[in-house]
Design a protein around this ligand. Structure first.
Ligand code: FES
Ligand SMILES: [Fe+2]
Length: 467
């Protein structure tokens, strides 16, 4: 996609825009989504490293549908509807390895990893056509990979994955997303519609009101224990950071936002001496990195690298220093960010991937949020957050997915996520109010408008074939 096309897509949203509240609250709309969206769209089921070896499998479910993705003896990934062709029993749950192929727990029918039937006990007791080999091939779903993620699509007629994702791969491949590995995986049930949750991660308009402590990363200011001195500061025209510090764009399906080149340039021009004397400047950088590490934006090796320095060079720019720390700490581990220019390193690029994820990618880490409806309840959703990092080969940690049905019972989400989570029930309850039919969206919410534009194509069939 060319820049001109991105600009053109953004321009469609220069006029007033509203979205019916019922899209977030009605069971009928949720049913339409299951029928017309989730049955036809590429969606992330897991990571390749979860199913590295022949026989490895993982289950993915959306609504009342479940698929199992398995790695074959030939190394290929295949996806199958997760249901026995005898009397419908689910074949697999969770993840693991299937040394004997897929075996139904009920009566023991068995399939190979390629979906061909291997065993039907007492096959002679069935009509021949019921148990013909062709009739018993497990029905498949489409599976493909990008960036280390495994995607599935229930629609055999769908566009290819890379076409669907365009232009995300061309924008993100330089960060080597396929080399990232899980460092933490958490899942919870959110008391809000999946789009309410997703949309809270699809704009930076709420930064000032909800997350004042994060603005240091964007403004490049002085520390809160990070970089902020005047938390309620707006620019001279009264605009908040989400307006003057963030650039937004959308494409045919997806949305993007990040710090503007001007903000990054100011970080690259501002000397460390602006943070005080050498001791104060080092303390400010250490405080900033410590705060960033809790949110998985920075790495422990970055902090160790700075702490091992006797003093920080005051003449170096804040942005230049942070970049150098990130690059040199990684290089000591054999990881190189040569394809990333300074802007890539500092812009914190957020990708709102249609239909249901928002992720922030940086040098060597990727914070990935996924959202799904939770059964037939429009007021509830499944929220998953994956923190991904680059690790030296062979040093990837073993990571287990954590599940907290109520996020508030777990203490260690990090302040930013907790602030977002705390908003959720208020948003969802408010959407049920009889105070009007629509929500209204502004320029900073362009990715949300775009989400709904594409969603309408799926739900109402407007131009979906061309999209
Ligand atoms: S239901 Fe699967 S073997 Fe009977
Ligand atoms: Fe937020």
């Amino acid at each position: 996609m060319t820049t001109a096309e991105v600009v053109e897509a953004s321009a469609r949203y220069s006029e007033a825009s509203t979205i019916p509240k019922s899209r977030y609250t009605s069971k009928e709309f949720l049913e339409l989504e299951y029928k017309h969206l989730w049955s036809r769209v590429w969606q992330i089921a897991g990571r390749e490293e979860e199913i590295r070896n022949p026989g490895d499998y993982l289950e993915y479910s959306i609504g009342d549908q479940s698929v199992v993705i398995v790695r074959g003896e030939d190394g290929r990934l295949r996806g199958f509807h997760n249901s026995c062709l005898h009397r419908g029993t689910q074949l697999c749950a969770g993840s693991g390895n299937l040394p004997g192929g897929l075996v139904c727990r009920f009566h023991g029918w068995r399939w190979g990893l390629d979906g061909s039937v291997r065993e039907v006990p007492d096959a002679g007791d069935f009509a021949a056509q019921s148990v013909a080999r062709d009739a018993l091939r497990l029905p498949s779903v489409k599976v493909d990979t990008w960036g280390g993620f495994v995607f599935v699509n229930f629609d055999c007629e769908s566009v290819p994955l890379l076409e669907f994702l365009d232009p995300i791969p061309s924008m993100l491949d330089k960060y080597a997303p396929e080399k990232m590995r899980y460092v933490r995986r958490r899942k919870t049930i959110m008391p809000a519609n999946w789009k309410v949750a997703l949309e809270a991660f699809s704009e930076a308009y709420h930064l000032t009101a909800t997350h004042i402590q994060d603005l240091g990363g964007i403004r490049g200011g002085a520390p809160q224990t990070g970089f902020l001195t005047r938390p309620d500061e707006k620019n001279k025209r009264g605009a908040t950071a989400g307006s003057f510090g963030i650039g937004y764009s959308v494409t045919d399906r997806h949305g993007f936002y990040s710090s503007t080149p001007e903000v990054v340039q100011s970080l690259l021009s501002r000397p460390l001496s602006s943070l005080g004397d050498p001791v104060e400047a080092k303390a400010a950088i250490v405080g900033h990195l410590t705060n960033q590490i809790t949110q998985a934006f920075a790495h422990a090796v970055d902090l160790n690298y700075v702490q091992s320095m006797e003093t920080v060079p005051l003449e170096e720019s804040v942005g230049g220093f942070l970049n150098r720390v990130r690059r040199e700490a990684a290089a000591e581990q054999g990881i190189h960010y040569d394809k990333l220019v300074d802007y890539d390193m500092l812009r914190n690029l957020v990708t709102v991937m249609f239909p249901n994820s928002s992720s922030t990618i940086l040098a060597g880490n990727w914070i990935f949020f996924h959202f799904r409806p939770n059964g037939s309840d429009p007021d509830s959703s499944i929220f998953e957050v994956d923190f991904l990092h680059r690790f030296p080969d062979g040093e990837e940690p073993a990571v287990v997915q954590e599940f907290y049905p109520d996020w508030a019972t777990h203490a260690d989400w990090g302040i930013t996520l907790e602030q977002d989570f705390a908003n959720m029930p208020h948003i969802q309850r408010g959407l049920h109010s009889a105070n009007g039919e629509n929500v209204r969206l502004g320029r900073q919410e362009v990715a949300i408008r775009n989400l709904h534009r594409v969603l309408e194509q799926y739900i109402y069939g407007v131009g979906v074939d061309e999209s």
